[in-house]
Write a protein that binds this ligand. Structure first.
Ligand code: GLC
Ligand code: CA
Length: 581
């Protein structure tokens, strides 16, 4: 068991006494598994817990320390498990509580920790709480949700991320009231302003922690607190105060930090665990308020700033035809590094279940560049000063599926946006083209295990199509290829583990104006490492202020490196790490 009071405030035995606050979760590499798409054990086309159990040795072979599962609780699956109907159960499609216990044990036996997804900004409308709450105004569960009685007229507009047309208030006839849902209508927002609801959430958190889970990834945790006076919020107000975005307004609820501190006091601080909040709408100005150790809230959160680079503003996730600039990318990640230089700690990711595949979005998924640019991106993720989160499939360089037909999509977000566009008489084909780069289902296709039927994911019909490139991109062939993305990734993890400089060392951006090369130094005590990443499909140059010796190359995704007098010449998507001392 991992019950031990206040452990996550106590630094572990230090490897380097100069760096304060060393903890296991800063040193960890996290591997995110989307259970629906990982491995199907019973041929129903849906990944499951038994499937993950079959792959435990594979997960161990990666060298990762922590696994995060997307939600595995009972759910009507309007949003693939992000609509929870029972917080203390297991989705029957995925298995049973016995399966879960075996899986957790299997992970722990292999020294891997488990982070669960905590989805408590909203529940499913099929949760017993909501069934009760919506049954009458007098029901004791009524205040578990947000209601607006129709006799007060129409509620002030709030935006919904999924139900584009209706907004975030849904009229419910039974009690002649509207309920609030920032996401789909089947995902009513829980009322955190109600202390009884907060205690319910803390209770369910303890349920999983007492089973031995090692932490939580907290879904849209930044949205939990609401101004329950529900003032009128206009677009002009948003433009002036919140960069025009509802998400930023939603992330500024009046008691958000009170609730996180209460959660920390009553639950988190009682266990040796790690927490990462999904920081939707959290701006860099607000960043340390969440993770400054002295405030006792969360350990880390995911910021979204990087995910907007190269997209047009608005909800439709359309790529900017002008593309994106590496200088913007570098500036942004450097800024987010610097904000945590003294206080707090960052996370870093380039892909997850809400984002397209990282190689398609940030690298290059053309056959000649897919492997090498995947390796380059992993070099970035595993050499930054933040805890890296790797999305399953990225370790073998899986790319976007790029559906041509709307019927192939499964994601409520894409399907609802499509309907809205259709209703408005928009050019849906144009949007479909854009979604080939940005839609969430691109990263939800089945894991490509081998070159057999359905990539070895299932013997049945997969719930979503398998990417046709599985005969080239698959785990089995990469496992035996010493030059594969997979084996490069494994090597990098071992490298990070044996070089605390990569975790705790300072970060310094170099050659800021270079539009092709992302160059930075990491330094700790008298050690210094140089990382050079060519983000382009062309050769690129980096001018070094000190001589580079090829004998000092520690990591290279090509077999050689061209070095001139003061210059390093990088091949397309070449990534190198060089010892400068
Ligand atoms: C988070 C999840 C996403 C989900 C949404 C609503 O952003 O990561 O998948 O759709 O919350 O729960
Ligand atoms: Ca199954």
């Amino acid at each position: 068991m991992n019950f031990s009071a206040n452990q996550n405030q106590t630094p572990n035995p230090t490897t380097n006494p100069q760096s304060p606050n060393q903890t296991w979760w800063k040193e960890a590499v996290v591997y995110q598994i989307y259970p629906r798409s990982f491995k199907d054990s019973n041929g129903d086309g849906v990944g499951d817990l038994q499937g993950i159990i079959e792959k435990l040795d594979y997960i161990k072979s990666l060298g990762v320390d922590v696994v995060w599962f997307n939600p595995i609780y009972p759910s009507p699956n309007c949003d693939n498990g992000y609509d929870v109907s029972d917080y203390e159960g297991i989705m029957p499609e995925f298995g049973t509580m016995q399966d879960f216990d075996r899986l957790l044990k299997g992970l722990h036996q292999r020294n891997i920790k488990l982070m669960m997804d905590l989805v408590v900004n909203h529940s499913s409308d099929e949760h017993e709480w909501f069934k009760q709450a919506s049954s009458s105004k007098e029901n004791p569960y009524r205040d578990y949700y947000h209601w607006w009685p129709a006799e007060k007229g129409k509620p002030p507009y709030r935006d919904s991320f999924f139900d584009i047309e209706e907004g975030a208030w849904k009229y419910d006839e039974k009690t002649d009231s509207y309920f609030l849902h920032y996401f789909a209508t089947k995902q009513p927002d829980l009322n955190w302003e109600n202390p009884v609801l907060r205690e319910e959430v803390f209770k369910l958190m303890r349920f999983w922690l007492d089973k031995g889970v090692d932490g939580f990834r907290m879904d849209v945790i930044s949205y939990i607190s609401k101004d329950i006076n529900f003032p009128e919020i206009t677009q002009e107000y948003l433009d002036q105060n919140d960069k025009g975005r509802w998400g930023i307004y939603y992330a500024k609820g009046p008691h958000l930090h009170d609730y996180l501190q209460q959660m920390n006091r009553e639950v988190l601080s009682q266990y040796d665990i790690m927490t990462v909040g999904e920081g939707s709408g959290v701006t860099i100005e607000e960043a340390t308020n969440f993770v400054d150790e002295d405030r006792k809230e969360l350990d880390m959160f995911f910021h979204f700033d990087g995910m907007y680079i190269g997209l047009l503003p608005g909800k439709y996730k359309q790529p900017d035809p002008a593309g994106w600039k590496l200088t913007d990318f570098k500036k942004l990640y450097s800024k987010w590094n610097d904000i945590f230089a003294e206080k707090g700690w960052g996370s870093i990711y380039l892909g997850n279940h809400d984002q397209p595949r990282m190689v398609s979005r940030w690298g290059n998924d053309a056959p000649e560049f897919a492997a090498v640019s995947s390796k380059m991106l992993h070099t970035f993720l595993l050499t930054m000063r933040a805890t890296p989160y790797i999305y399953a499939g990225d370790e073998i360089g899986m790319g976007n599926i790029k559906f041509d037909d709307i019927h192939d999509y499964r994601d409520i977000e894409t399907l609802n946006m499509y309907q809205k566009l259709q209703k408005d008489g928009e050019d849906t084909q144009k949007y479909m083209e854009g979604w080939k780069l940005t839609a969430r289902d691109n990263s939800r296709t089945p894991f490509q295990w081998n070159d057999q039927e359905n990539a070895g994911f299932t013997t049945g019909k997969p719930w979503i199509k398998v990417n046709t490139n599985f005969n080239v991109v698959n785990e089995a062939s990469q496992d035996v290829d010493p030059n594969s993305v997979l084996n490069y990734f494994r090597k990098l993890i071992q490298f990070r583990k044996s070089h605390p400089i990569l975790v705790y060392g300072d970060y310094q951006l170099l050659d800021e104006a270079n539009e092709q090369v992302y160059a930075y130094a990491r330094s700790l005590d008298d050690q210094k490492l140089l990382v050079l990443l060519n983000f382009s499909a062309q050769e690129a140059e980096y001018t070094s202020l000190q001589p580079i010796h090829t004998s000092a190359i520690l990591i290279n995704n090509y077999s050689d490196l061209k070095v001139g007098q003061e210059k390093v010449f990088l091949k397309p998507y070449q990534a190198v790490m060089i010892n400068l001392k």
